[in-house]
Design a protein. Structure first.
Length: 196
């Protein structure tokens, strides 16, 4: 029976999750079977159960690891002594880098979370809403301090997060700018419009 071959410094479980994220992004969670995953990893389906219990468990891992990374970054920035504009820039840069460097998992967390089972689905929705509200609160703070134009904060958050999600098309582009240029361009486009 073939063994799961992994890249250096990568656990077998993480290797399987990485392959699953690729399949979930390409085919969707619902359309991906354990057999598909076993084929992608290069083992018999039965041997996958040595590393994971179910497809649902993989989705939980991807969604909550991604959400926790973003939340931890937000917590590090929220109470810093910089302007609201600088906070927003720093948060967006982190989002962009996640989309560039951890594309498969971030896309799955962003698009496939609806397939989480309870109680994980409710928990994820709460975490997602709280994250967006905390980001909106930074914009509200900026408006109050006359650092940000008087705009609707929830609308601004939706636009920014959807723009970052659109980096998917950058990944598919045959002629693309560098990741650094992409990040800098997005910051100019998304943040300069907020400034007074």
């Amino acid at each position: 029976m073939p063994v799961i071959k992994t890249q250096r410094n990568s656990s077998k479980r993480q290797f399987v999750i990485g392959k699953a994220a690729k399949l979930f992004r390409e085919k969707g969670f619902a359309a991906t079977s354990m057999r598909d995953l076993a084929e992608e990893v290069g083992v018999e389906a039965a041997s996958l159960y040595n590393h994971i219990q179910s497809k649902a468990e993989i989705l939980q891992d991807i969604c909550f690891r991604t959400a926790n990374l973003l939340t931890q970054n937000l917590e590090n920035i929220e109470n810093s002594q910089v302007s609201a504009i600088e906070k927003i820039k720093t948060i967006l840069r982190f989002h962009i880098r996640q989309m560039v460097n951890n594309y498969e998992e971030v896309q799955v967390a962003d698009r496939e979370w609806r397939h989480l089972t309870e109680p994980y689905l409710s928990n994820f929705k709460v975490q997602r809403r709280a994250y967006r509200q905390r980001l909106a609160n930074i914009i509200i703070e900026g408006i109050q301090k006359k650092q940000v134009k008087p705009i609707d904060p929830p609308t601004a958050v939706i636009i920014m997060l959807h723009a970052v999600s659109g980096i998917e098309s950058w990944h598919r582009s045959l002629e693309k700018i560098s990741a650094e240029q992409l990040e800098d361009n997005m910051i100019v486009i998304l943040v300069d419009g907020l400034k007074i």
